[in-house]
Design a protein around this ligand. Structure first.
Ligand code: FDA
Length: 507
C-alpha cells in the first residue's frame, strides 16, 4: 500500500494495546538495525549499491501467537501490509526488504517462536516456525538417535519459510519434501483467527504445504512426522578434476543418481576445475561400497572414502564439509551477513550430453565470477508422489540444478558481473533443461521470473500477470493456489513481489 493510504501511527497505537513496547522496533529505536539484520543472509537486500528498495516501517518481534494475531488485525485495520520472517533466508530478501521503493510494510519476526516439542512415542514433533532446521535436527536426534527429518542442508534456514515452500534435502529421495511430512499446522489467517488443520479446511492445509511463504496467512507452528534413520550413516566426498574424469562422471551421474536405492543420496557440486560428489547413505560403509560398485563403478569409491557417523552429525557434515564439529553447532543461530547472493535454478528431465557439459564448463566455469553449481538428484520417493498432492509439482525430473553465486565485494560492478554470469548461463542452458514452462522451485526465489503488479484500477494483485512467474513455480497447481487465495484472503492482505493473487471470477 502507499504511504498515503497506510496509517502508520494508527498501526503503532493499535499494536501497543496488546504487544509490549519492548517487542516493537521502529527506525527511531537504537536496536532497529541489529534486529533487522539478525537473520539476514543476503547483503544484496541489506547493503546494496541499489538504493531503490524499501525497509520496514516497524518490526514486531512476536513472542506468542496472540502477537501475530494482533499484528494481522492491526495491519488490516490501518492498511499496513506485513512481511513474515522466520529464518530470513529468502534468496530475494522478501521477508525483510522490497525492491519496490514505495512499499510500506511491517516485518513480523517469528524467530522467538522456536519451541520444539518431540513426542517420541509417536515419532512426531510440534515445531515453531521460528525454529531453524538445525534446531529441529538436534531436537529430533536428542529424543531418539534414529529420528531424522527430511529438509535442507543449511542448518540456519527457518522452518517457517522452508516448510511453506516445500523443503528439499538429503533425505528427500527416501521420504519426500519437508512439506510431505507435515501432519498439522497452526495458522493465523487474514481475519486474525488462529486455525488448525481441522478448522482451516482442506484447501488451505494443501496450500500452505509448498505454495510458498506469505500468501495465505502466518503459519505459527507445524506438526511434523519424524522419519526413521539408521543408528549409523555413512558419508563421502569425492573430488574429481576436470582434466581427469569429471565431465564424463557428471554425464553418467545424471542417469545413475536418480535411480540409486532410496537410502543413497548422491549430489554433485561443481566449482572451479573440479566436481565434488557428496553422498549420504543410510547404512554402513561396507554396504555403501557394494552399492556404489554395483551402480557407479566409474567413480571409484572405496572404503577409504567412507566416514561413518550418526545422522545428526551428517547434517553438520553436509553444511560444514567436515565431521569433527560437535552437533551443538546446529544450535548456533547467529547470522552475520557477509556475502551477496544470487541464485537461479532449474530442473532437468533428460540427461544432458557430454559435449554440452564440456562447453558449459569451458564457456562459463573458467571465468573468475563463476558460481557454484549444485546438482541434486530426485527419483525414489520424490517421483512417487503425485504432482498435485501438494503445490510442489516438480516430482518427475531427474534432478534439480542451482547456480549459486556468492560474492564479497561491494559495489555495482561486482553485482552486475555476478548477476550477468548467472543470467547468461541460465540462458545458455535453455535447450537442455525443463521447458514449457521452465520449472523452478519456489524456495529458490528468483525475481527475474517476474514480479507482481496490481490489477488495473484495483487493489489486488493481477492474476494474469502473476501467471508468468507462477506457472514456473507451480505449473497447473498455480490456478488452484489462486482459488484458495480468493477464499482465504480475497482482499490480498498477504502480498509481496511474488505472492499468489486471488483468482478473478472470470478465470
Ligand atoms: P524467510 O524468513 O526469509 O521466509 C521466506 C518466505 O516465506 C518469505 O516470503 C516470508 O515472508 C515467508 N514466510 C516466512 N515464515 C513464514 C511463516 N511462518 N508463515 C508464512 N510465511 C512465512 N532450500 C531447500 O529446499 N533445500 C536446501 O538445502 C536449502 N538450502 C539453503 C541454504 C541457504 C544458505 C539459503 C539462504 C537457502 C536455502 N534454501 C534451501 C532455501 C530455503 O528453503 C528458503 O529460502 C526458505 O524459504 C527459507 O525459509 P526462512 O524461514 O529461513 O526464510
Amino acid at each position: 500500500s502507499s504511504a498515503s493510504s497506510s496509517d502508520v501511527d494508527g498501526f503503532l497505537s493499535c499494536l501497543s494495546a496488546d504487544i509490549p513496547p519492548s517487542l516493537i522496533y521502529t527506525p527511531a529505536n537504537n536496536n532497529f538495525s541489529s534486529v533487522l539484520v539478525s537473520s539476514v543472509r543476503n547483503l544484496r537486500y541489506y547493503v546494496t549499491p541499489d538504493t531503490t528498495m524499501s525497509r520496514p516501517l516497524v518490526i514486531v518481534a512476536a513472542t506468542e501467537p496472540a502477537h501475530v494475531q494482533t499484528t494481522v488485525v492491526c495491519g488490516r485495520r490501518h492498511s499496513v501490509h506485513i512481511r513474515t520472517r522466520s529464518g530470513g533466508h529468502d534468496y530475494e530478501g522478501l521477508s525483510y526488504a522490497s525492491v519496490d521503493p514505495h512499499r510500506h510494510f511491517a516485518v513480523l519476526d517469528l524467530a522467538a517462536l522456536h519451541a520444539i516439542h518431540v513426542d517420541a512415542s509417536r515419532a512426531e514433533a510440534w515445531v515453531g516456525s521460528g525454529a531453524t532446521l538445525g534446531e529441529l535436527y538436534y531436537a529430533a536426534a536428542a529424543a531418539n538417535s534414529t529420528f531424522g527429518f527430511p529438509a535442507g542442508n543449511c542448518p540456519t534456514v527457518g522452518v517457517g519459510g522452508h516448510l511453506s515452500g516445500g523443503g528439499f534435502g538429503a533425505l528427500s529421495r527416501k521420504y519426500g519434501l519437508s512439506a510431505d511430512n507435515v501432519l498439522d499446522a497452526v495458522v493465523v489467517d487474514a481475519e486474525g483467527r488462529l486455525l488448525n488443520r481441522s478448522t482451516m479446511g482442506k484447501d488451505l492445509f494443501w496450500a500452505i504445504r509448498g505454495g510458498g511463504g506469505e500468501s495465505f496467512g502466518v503459519v505459527v507452528s507445524w506438526k511434523v512426522r519424524l522419519v526413521p534413520v539408521t543408528e549409523t550413516v555413512t558419508v563421502f566426498s569425492i573430488r574429481r578434476l576436470r582434466n581427469e574424469s569429471a565431465v564424463d562422471l557428471i554425464t553418467k551421474w545424471q542417469a545413475i543418481a536418480p535411480a540409486l536405492p532410496r537410502d543413497l543420496y548422491l549430489r554433485v557440486l561443481v566449482q572451479n576445475q573440479q566436481a565434488n560428489f557428496v553422498a549420504l547413505f543410510l547404512g554402513r560403509c561396507g554396504s555403501l561400497v557394494d552399492t556404489m560398485r554395483g551402480h557407479f563403478p566409474d567413480l571409484g569409491m572405496t572404503e577409504r572414502d567412507c566416514q561413518e557417523m550418526s545422522w545428526v552429525k551428517s547434517t553438520v557434515f553436509f553444511n560444514y564439509g567436515r565431521a569433527d564439529l560437535p552437533a551443538e553447532v546446529l544450535l548456533n543461530r547467529s547470522s552475520n551477513p557477509y556475502y551477496y547472493l544470487k541464485v537461479k535454478s532449474d530442473h532437468v528431465q533428460e540427461a544432458m550430453p557430454g559435449h554440452a557439459w564440456e562447453s558449459i564448463w569451458s564457456n562459463w566455469f573458467e571465468k573468475p565470477e563463476a558460481a557454484l553449481l549444485m546438482l541434486d538428484p530426485y527419483g525414489g520417493r520424490m517421483g512417487s508422489i503425485s504432482p498435485s498432492a501438494t503445490p510442489f509439482p516438480h516430482r518427475n525430473y531427474l534432478y534439480q540444478l542451482q547456480f549459486y553465486s556468492v560474492w564479497y565485494e561491494n559495489g555495482t560492478a561486482a553485482l552486475e558481473k555476478r548477476m550477468s554470469w548467472v543470467r547468461g548461463v541460465y540462458e545458455d542452458l535453455t535447450p537442455y533443461v525443463s521447458k514449457n514452462p521452465r520449472a523452478v522451485y519456489v524456495n529458490y526465489r528468483d525475481l527475474d521470473l517476474g514480479t507482481n503488479e496490481l490489477e488495473e484500477g484495483g487493489n489486488v494483485t493481477s492474476y494474469a500477470k502473476a501467471r508468468v512467474w507462477g506457472e514456473k513455480y507451480f505449473k497447473a497447481n498455480f490456478k488452484r493456489l489462486a482459488a484458495v487465495k480468493s477464499k482465504v484472503d480475497p482482499h490480498d492482505f498477504f502480498r509481496n513481489e511474488q505472492s499468489i493473487p486471488p483468482l478473478p471470477a472470470a478465470a
